[in-house]
Structures are given as C-alpha cells and as structure tokens.
Design a protein around this ligand. Structure first.
Ligand code: URA
Length: 315
C-alpha cells in the first residue's frame, strides 16, 4: 500500500514525483478524496451533455508531464475511471488559432483590478473555459513590489482557483521562504494562462496570445518593481522571445527587462518549480537565481519580510 510516508520518503530522496494508481485517495492530499472529485464531476456533468472522466495524475506528476510534454505512464492509463470515458484526445486538442472577440482587447486594457478579475472569471474565449473547474486569476492584490509569473494552472490549482498550490507550488513557497518572501504578503503570483490546459499539456501559441492580454494588464495595474519569471512559457511571453532557440539555462544568471506601462522592470528568470521536481540537481542553480532575485529586489527598493511589516505599521 502506497502511504503518505512512502511518498514523502521518495520525494526527500529526490526520486519523486511519481504517478500512482487512482484506485484510492491520494495519500499526499488527504482532503482531496474521491468524493470531492465526484461532487465536482456531478456539477460539471449537469452542465455538459457529454459525460466525462476525470483521470487525475498525482499533483506532483502533473507538472512533470507538462514540462516534458511526456505522455502519462502506462500505470496512469490503467486508473479506474470515476465516470464513463471520453477519449482524452478530444479534450486535449488545442486550437491553433484563437482571437479575442471584437472590443475585448480595449476592454481589458481599460479594466481595473476587480473588473479584470471578473473578465477572467467569465472568459470563454478558448475551449479551456469549458474544461476548467476554476479560472485562476492570481494570488495577491496590488501592493507588493514583487510579481511572480508561472505558466498555467495544474490540477490542484484548477480545483482551488489559486495559483501554485500543488506540488510545484509547495516547492515555490519553500523557495520563496528561503529568501524570506512570504507568498501571501510579499508578492503577487500570476500565470500566463488563466485556465488549466487539459491533461496539463503545453500551452498553445494561440492560447498564450489571447490570455497574455490579461497578464499584460495585470502587470500594468500592479506596477511591480521586480519580476520573477518561472519557466519557458513565462519567459517567452514576458521577454518577447521566439518559439525556439532559447533556453532557461542561458537566460538565467542575468537581469532582464520586462516592459510594462512604459517602464522597464528588472526581471530574473529561473527554472519552473515543476522542472526542479523532476531535476533536483538544478536546485543549486535555482538557489543562485533566488539570490540574484533578492539582489534585484533590494536594488529596486522592494520591501519584504520584516521591512514590509514595518512599512505597514507606519502607514
Ligand atoms: N504551474 C504553474 O506554472 N502555475 C501554477 O499555478 C501551477 C503550476
């Protein structure tokens, strides 16, 4: 029997993440039981004419498949379905071209923070709006000088409507704490895509092109002093890079500039935490990136940790 302790030992040894058979509640997520999935499925089933199966990877395997683009292991394919099966390909197919409805671009560009949140929550521009459980607008409100940008919600983020709460989110939280950044107080966390790509597939260029309008407006409103860019999709989107011909390995280690609202904001690029879960050897480099981020924040006058507390106490 696979227990929480076993998984924790595997993870501590750096040999996680692992796929597990979903014939019992995931021991890493005691609260995330089959009943909860079933309730969600019922809710969605009522709105959808086609019954769907939710075959979930463990939270820690989801990012792995997204980053590598690898198909789930044969073990995952044997998972007992909660509902009658529809072919995964049908929900995984990404549209190659997408465009915002007329006027939407201008409306996004003029929205304030809460209007923008409402727009994201009701967005139906791409088919992911039909497969998501929750859109994930972001975590945090305007105020902090640090903004962190990831790729797209995974399974747990889709369930909770909050970014980076799955296995890679837990790693991100620990990484930030290592430089005394408390995620609920000292930063705002965003993703390029606001909805979960089915089966955690990679974002398509059309999806990024549409969804990035929300991200750009979020940055204009937030006016960050420093940006921490996680992984290739966020780097590509924020630094305007081509589809191919760049690597995180080459982007990391220097300060980049993200243009927003007529300003150039210093930005540090690092590996996506889900890559770090797969490649623990890269954690040493991620630590260097965190130290560079800390320097960039200090140079840009960002206040965090105890300094942020004292500013709030004075206000
Ligand atoms: N990976 C991301 O890039 N974003 C999330 O919110 C979760 C996992």
């Amino acid at each position: 029997m696979l227990t929480r302790e076993t998984l924790e030992v595997w993870n501590a040894m750096g040999i996680g993440p692992a796929w597990i058979l979903r014939d019992a509640p995931d021991p890493m997520f005691e609260g995330l039981d089959a009943q909860r999935f079933a309730r969600r499925e019922d809710k969605r089933g009522a709105a959808s004419p086609t019954p769907r199966t939710r075959v979930e990877p463990t939270a820690n395997s989801a990012p792995e498949s997204r980053v590598s683009g690898a198909a789930p292991s044969p073990a995952a394919a044997r998972v007992a379905p909660l509902r009658p099966v529809s072919p995964p390909a049908a929900v995984s197919e990404a549209p190659k071209t997408l465009s915002l409805p007329e006027g939407a671009e201008a409306a996004i560009a003029a929205a304030d923070w809460s209007e923008l949140r409402r727009m994201v929550e009701s967005c139906s521009v791409c088919p992911m709006s039909a497969t998501r459980l929750h859109p994930v607008f972001g975590e945090g409100e305007p105020g902090p000088g640090l903004v962190i940008v990831g790729e797209a919600p995974g399974g747990e983020e889709d369930l909770q409507g909050i970014p980076f709460v799955g296995k890679s989110g837990q790693l991100l939280t620990a990484m930030l704490e290592a430089i005394r950044v408390e995620r609920k107080r000292d930063c705002v966390i965003l993703n390029v895509l606001k909805c979960r790509p089915p089966h955690n597939r990679n974002p398509e260029s059309g999806e990024v092109a549409c969804c990035a309008h929300y991200l750009r407006r979020q940055l204009e409103i937030l006016q960050p002093k420093t940006i921490f860019i996680l992984g290739r999709f966020a780097a590509q989107t924020l630094l305007g890079l081509p589809d191919e011909g760049f690597s995180i390995g080459r982007l990391r280690g220097s300060i980049h500039a993200v243009e927003t609202a007529g300003r150039k904001v210093p930005a540090v690029v690092s590996y996506h935490p889900s890559y770090l879960l797969r490649s623990p050897d890269a954690k040493a480099k991620a630590w260097e990136d965190l130290l560079l981020l800390e320097d960039a924040m200090r140079s840009a006058g960002v206040r965090w940790g105890a300094a942020a507390d004292s500013v709030r106490a004075e206000a």
